[in-house]
Design a protein around this ligand. Sequence first.
Ligand SMILES: [Zn+2]
Length: 90
Amino acid sequence: MSESIDGMDTTSKALLYLLVGIAAFFGAIILFSLGPLGWLVGGLIIVAWLVRGSSSNSDTTTPDKTNCPECGARNSTDRSDCEYCDAPLS
Ligand SMILES: [Zn+2]
């Protein structure tokens, strides 16, 4: 019956959440038992993770654009002169 298929899917999902939950639970206990040092390490891990995310973000936000040497406007690299002031782009 369909009930057993649904049951299997829910069980595998629940198992995954359970494993993640256990890992987070023990991680929190270990960090907590270490006291301020553990909180510092936890904070550093979070900060490192955020920094890594933001740095990869800045990589994706640099498309094929160049700044105009005259007015500083953003122009496509395939342009030979500025879109705004017609200055030649290096
Ligand atoms: Zn310009």
